[in-house]
Design a protein around this ligand. Sequence first.
Ligand SMILES: [Zn+2]
Length: 67
Amino acid sequence: MADEIKVGAKVEPLRKSRPCAECGRPSVREHYPFCSDRCRSLDLSRWLNGSYAIPVAEDESKASDEE
Ligand SMILES: [Zn+2]
């Protein structure tokens, strides 16, 4: 237990915040480089659709249950 590393000591260098790759709003660190989980999902789904031709018949109401 004494050898446990302190994670809180980790310091990230300040970076210039980039606009959300999806909607252009300021991105947040939690969802970087997007402003929200929604935008990240949108970008991801678009990327997947472009790469794998997945049918766009997904149940979005079910997926966004937690918001
Ligand atoms: Zn966004």
